[in-house]
Design a protein around this ligand. Structure first.
Ligand SMILES: Cc1cc2nc3c(=O)[nH]c(=O)nc-3n(C[C@H](O)[C@H](O)[C@H](O)COP(=O)(O)OP(=O)(O)OC[C@H]3O[C@@H](n4cnc5c(N)ncnc54)[C@H](O)[C@@H]3O)c2cc1C
Length: 475
């Protein structure tokens, strides 16, 4: 590969105690916690809103929020969404075709209200948010980061900080720092060994006659279940060559006003292709849009209620279901979450089972797990003293990542990382050397549960019963 050498001075426009890169669930938890704990905090986000995948890729929900398990900022967000009218209970008497709704801790929200609420919460906390600020590099000095370099419409600038938190969703900041990362190789074993999980895609349709569709779905329940909608129709259309889709069913969630959220298009990355490569991303975007169009045309032609509907909105980017994570002082594994469960340095409890999307179109999910701990060491870079990670960038194997990356645990690891960063600055130690007991106490006093050991017996029994009864879900 040929190379060019660039030489220029980069102005330092901002100095902070803590810089958070990325405004998704991890970054939201991190920036709010850091600012509330007194640190001068800057959050850098490359797009123009907060919410990350939840708003950019139209994944407008929090899954499995349970005040007995999490508490803290995630509970506050859900409560404030509810109070402000931002929780969507569309077609309330009908919304739970699958039986998954608020009682199960699954909260669908109005993405636009959520963006607004997050702006308000950031302002209240004192965290400074800079949108349209793409972090392209870090300023590394030995085993420490002095800050990050941003590209923007106003040019290139630097932000210096005492602690950097990677909430990019893909461990991008750790990777660009040259810090050790994991996730380069995709699946470690099995048929998909060496391949990454592909991209996912959901879109909004509008103009649906929801009542007609509901009536049709009620008559043909096996075909139009919420999580495996249209399996026969799509399979037949694939065989006839009418659609080229990787997956033969869709997840359809009806909304008020004739809208629906439809999840189906999927893109396979070939062996050797990485999800962060621009050629893969471009090919993925184009193919996923094509798939959404073909699927929707099929629904319009064949499904009662869809005749006059249109694709109203496709996402800002596909769902990246795989990528780098920092190499932390501990790598959380499937064995840990299924068997070990408790850790002395735990900073959050997680109730999410792995939700695995295989490159060949297969899907594996069953709500078959009891709560488990996430150790602080998974947030701490092995090499860089003042680099933390949160959300889907924390240190874990791919199967565990398919659970812990989810929105709800991401806010919790964010709250832990932000609190740790602020305490490190206050106590003049690096995050690596922070006393985890001090961190746990601060998290507990801010309402976040930090250990499954502290959960009442009846909560564990409740989850054990649910796990024993779990049936695998097929999308
Ligand atoms: C279609 C779909 C369905 C899903 N289903 C569910 C579900 O049912 N339940 C659930 O809990 N989760 C679900 N998820 C997954 C969930 O949304 C993610 O796992 C979660 O958002 C991860 O949070 P994060 O903060 O780590 O990363 P992200 O949400 O990806 O946020 C990362 C943020 O960082 C920004 N960023 C990245 N790099 C840079 C950079 N260099 N400089 C500046 N900014 C940067 C990005 O723009 C983004 O805003 C789904 C996602 C999608 C798209």
């Amino acid at each position: 590969m040929s190379a060019i050498r660039e030489q220029f001075d980069t102005p330092v426009l901002y100095d902070a105690d803590v810089v958070v890169v990325g405004g998704g669930p991890g970054g939201i938890g991190a920036a709010l916690a850091s600012a509330r704990n007194g640190a001068r905090t800057i959050l850098l986000e490359r797009f123009g809103c907060l919410g990350g995948s939840q708003t950019l890729t139209l994944s407008n929900l929090f899954a499995f929020v349970d005040s007995r398990i999490q508490g803290g900022i995630i509970q506050e967000i859900v409560d404030r969404l509810g109070k402000g009218g931002g929780i969507v209970l569309d077609c309330p008497e009908k919304v739970n075709r699958s039986g998954w709704g608020p009682e199960q801790g699954v909260h669908f929200f109005d993405g636009e209200y959520y963006k607004y609420l997050l702006d308000v919460m950031m302002k209240e906390s004192g965290a400074k948010v800079l949108f349209h600020s793409f972090v392209v590099a870090t300023i590394r000095e030995g085993n420490s980061l002095r800050g990050v370099v941003v590209e923007s419409r106003q040019g290139r600038f630097a932000v210096t900080a005492k602690v950097v938190i990677d909430c990019s969703g893909l461990g991008e900041i750790a990777w660009k720092s040259g810090a050790p990362v994991i996730g380069e190789g995709g699946f470690a074993e099995g048929e998909c060994k060496g391949q990454h999980m592909g991209y996912g895609y959901a879109y909004y349709a509008s103009g649906i006659d929801v009542d007609r569709f509901r009536a049709h779905a009620a008559k043909h329940q096996a075909e139009w279940g919420e999580f495996s909608a249209g399996r026969n129709l799509i399979t037949q259309a694939q065989a006839d060559g009418r659609v080229r889709l990787l997956r033969n069913s869709a997840l359809i969630r009806e909304r008020v006003g004739g809208r629906a959220w439809i999840l189906n298009p999927s893109y396979t990355l070939q062996k050797g292709q990485h999800p962060w490569e621009v050629e893969a991303m471009t090919a993925g975007e184009i193919d996923l849009r094509r798939q959404a169009r073909e699927l929707h045309n099929l629904f319009k032609a064949e499904v009662p209620g869809f005749e006059d509907s249109v694709i109203e909105q496709t996402p800002q980017q596909p769902l990246m279901r795989d990528g780098h994570r920092i190499l932390g002082e501990h790598v959380l594994t499937e064995h840990d979450i299924r068997n070990v469960k408790a850790f002395d340095d735990s900073i959050a409890v997680c109730n999410m089972p792995p939700d695995i999307f295989f490159p060949n179109g297969g899907h594996k999910f069953a709500y078959d797990i009891t709560p488990y701990d996430i150790p602080y060491r998974c947030l701490v870079s092995t090499e860089i003293e003042n680099l933390l990670a949160a959300g889907s960038s924390v240190s874990m194997d791919l199967v565990t990542w398919a659970a812990v990356r989810y929105n709800t645990p991401s806010v919790c690891t964010g709250q832990a990382a932000g609190t740790a960063a602020a305490l490190s600055v206050r106590n003049k130690v690096t995050p690596k050397r922070l006393d985890v007991k001090v961190l746990q106490a601060a998290l507990n006093s801010a309402g976040q549960k930090t250990s499954m050991r502290a959960l009442p017996d009846d909560v564990m029994k409740d989850y054990a019963r649910r796990a024993a009864e779990a049936t695998p879900l097929r999308i």
